[in-house]
Design a protein around this ligand. Structure first.
Ligand code: B12
Ligand code: SF4
Length: 492
């Protein structure tokens, strides 16, 4: 079967800081290729809609699968699905991915017949089964499948992460993937899942709170095959088990693989497993992202972060001692007033790290979704990108955005524009000489992308597709109900 996989367009955040290869789609593609299908991929982060249509005409796929990791991409994906069905009613259209897995029924409803199936959960095992069943009544029995004719059993968890190496060759324009100075940059996965359970996050509910590791040899083989000199490690929390990190590092050393790396981890993991991070510093780990989220105990408790202010501060010290460049995230609460923004600005300016501010957002699949949705001020999917306020703000909304953008602007001055160019002049010149322009362009984009008026006005755009609030607002469902993957299968 001819299969075309599509990753939707970038969201606000990716317009500036990064643009990364769609690893999940490449994994699904690898499993479909292994099953003998002819697969192509279009990543709308780096291609235009007209490129998708050209590919659609030339390749004439039997099936088109959309990746829907991000809720804010829902309207784009539904409109594309409708356009594809209009143009070729015989083409099978399906949707999968993180956010899609939590809102399968409502996607079918919005699609009004143009989406044949939503695949919940990981796509590697289920996609070949689905393609096998297209045109058959057994379709609605495929694990993870949600169709207008009914739903299959729960989606299967991939027991062995080594099995499908991402089909990276399908990603054309790879030079456009980058994160900060790591330009160009590939992505890789060492582990999948997260054992913590923060209230604002759906990473743990998606995987049924399971946690799996790739074998060190498979990771080393994958990294050795990557052309790019830089790698972003997509794990939710890197190096939870230090022995796994050491084993991967040793396998890389054996193969003489030398790259620069960027990863995300927790502050308590960094403090606890300092040695493995120190070892990786020598291997080329330069940058790390730490989800600090709040600067006080009250905030950390509200997010159920299971960490403390002193641990967060200690982690920053450890990272500085080891010589990492660190970006941290703080969650701006809609209850913040002018004074609170001021305090956060002062705190963020008092530390050398790069500080990002995102807005607290209840996403389907999170606990927050069930406890906070009563207060939603909008049901417009496009605003659920953690850069917009979807809950009532204490400040008038316009002023909230003014304070938010002002704070982001002040914090960004530390690492964008002239200040950044001064610190990175050598790197910037080397990248430009090699024709890599992503990083240098990023330095000047902030004012074009972040604009309080634009963000405020986006609340008044006509809304074609509305998010469906949970049925029982205020009541927290059981954990099993929150999970996409059955937790009993998780440790199998
Ligand atoms: C790496 C990552 C990124 C990367 C890479 C993005 C990319 N191009 O793929 C970067 C850093 C760019 C990023 C950015 C953002 N991210 Co992000 N990101 C992740 C993270 C940590 C891992 C994703 C990943 O690569 N996993 C590994 C691959 C193998 O898995 P996967 O992509 O999920 O794919 C599997 C399944 O989903 C499924 N699947 C995927 N596509 C398809 C398609 C079909 C047809 C099928 C059948 C199946 C299928 O099968 C795949 C294989 O099993 C997740 C958390 C998580 N654990 O999922 C958050 C997450 C997806 N991100 C999130 C958010 C909020 C963002 C941002 C909005 C943050 C911001 N500050 O603005 C931006 C927006 C990005 C954009 N679209 O422009 C949220 C999503 C919230 C939501 N419900 O919308 C998550 C869940 C994190 C969280 N804690 O809540 N992100
Ligand atoms: S925020 Fe990080 S630590 Fe918390 S559940 Fe999500 S991935 Fe895990």
């Amino acid at each position: 079967m001819k299969l075309l996989l599509v990753h939707p367009s970038p969201l606000m955040y990716s317009e500036i800081y990064l643009r990364l290869e769609p690893l999940g789609v490449e994994r699904v593609a690898a499993s479909a290729l292994a099953a003998g299908h002819d697969v192509r991929m279009v990543d709308l982060q780096v291609f235009e809609h007209r490129d998708l249509w050209n590919q659609f005409e030339q390749f004439h796929p039997d099936a088109v699968g959309f990746s829907l990791n991000y809720l804010a991409n829902v309207p784009e994906v539904i409109d594309l699905a409708k356009a594809i069905k209009r143009s070729r009613p015989d083409c099978f259209v399906f949707v999968g991915g993180h956010s899609g897995s939590f809102i399968a029924d409502e996607l079918l409803e919005h699609g009004a017949g143009s989406i044949d199936c939503v695949m919940r959960g990981e796509g590697e095992l289920s996609t070949p089964m689905l393609l096998e069943a297209v045109g058959d009544r057994q379709l609605s029995k495929v694990p993870g499948a949600v169709t207008p004719a009914g739903s299959g059993p729960p989606p299967p968890l991939l027991p062995d992460l080594d099995r499908f190496r991402p089909a990276r060759h399908l990603a054309r324009q790879r030079h456009k993937y980058f994160i900060g100075v790591l330009d160009p940059c590939a992505s890789a996965e060492f582990t999948r899942g997260c054992p913590w359970d923060c209230s604002f996050c759906s990473a743990w509910t998606f995987y049924g709170r399971s946690y799996r590791q790739s074998s060190p040899e498979a990771v080393a083989e994958d990294l050795a095959s990557i052309q790019e000199p830089n790698v972003f490690i997509v794990d939710d929390v890197a190096f939870i088990h230090p022995e796994h990190g050491f084993a991967i590092g040793q396998a890389l050393e054996k193969r003489n693989v030398k790259k620069s790396y960027y990863l995300e981890t927790r502050t308590d993991v960094l403090c606890r497993n300092r040695e493995v991070f120190e070892y990786w510093r020598k291997l080329g780990l330069l940058y790390m992202f730490l989800g600090i989220e709040a600067i006080d105990e009250e905030g950390l408790k509200a997010h159920r972060k299971r960490s403390h202010v002193d641990v967060n501060l200690k982690a920053l010290e450890v990272a500085r001692e080891l010589g990492f460049t660190v970006a941290i995230n703080l969650i701006a609460d809609p209850s913040w007033d002018v004074r609170r923004f001021e305090i956060v600005r002062e705190w963020a300016l008092s530390i050398p790290e790069i500080v990002h501010l995102t807005v607290a957002t209840p996403y389907p699949g999170t606990e927050l979704w069930h406890t906070e949705s009563r207060r939603l001020t909008t049901l417009d999917y496009r605003l659920f990108d953690i850069q917009h306020a979807v809950l009532p703000t204490r400040l008038p909304l316009e002023n909230f955005y003014e304070e938010l953008v002002k704070t982001q602007g002040v914090l960004n001055r530390k690492h964008l524009g002239i200040a950044a160019l001064r610190q990175t002049a050598g790197i910037a010149a080397r990248l430009l000489a090699r024709g890599q322009t992503n990083f240098v362009r990023m330095l000047w984009k902030f004012n074009k992308v972040y604009n309080a008026q634009r963000q405020y006005q986006e609340h008044f755009k006509p809304v074609q597709y509305k998010l469906r609030p949970p049925k029982r607002i205020g009541t927290l469902p059981s954990r099993a109900e929150l999970y996409v993957h059955d937790p009993r299968a998780a440790n199998a």
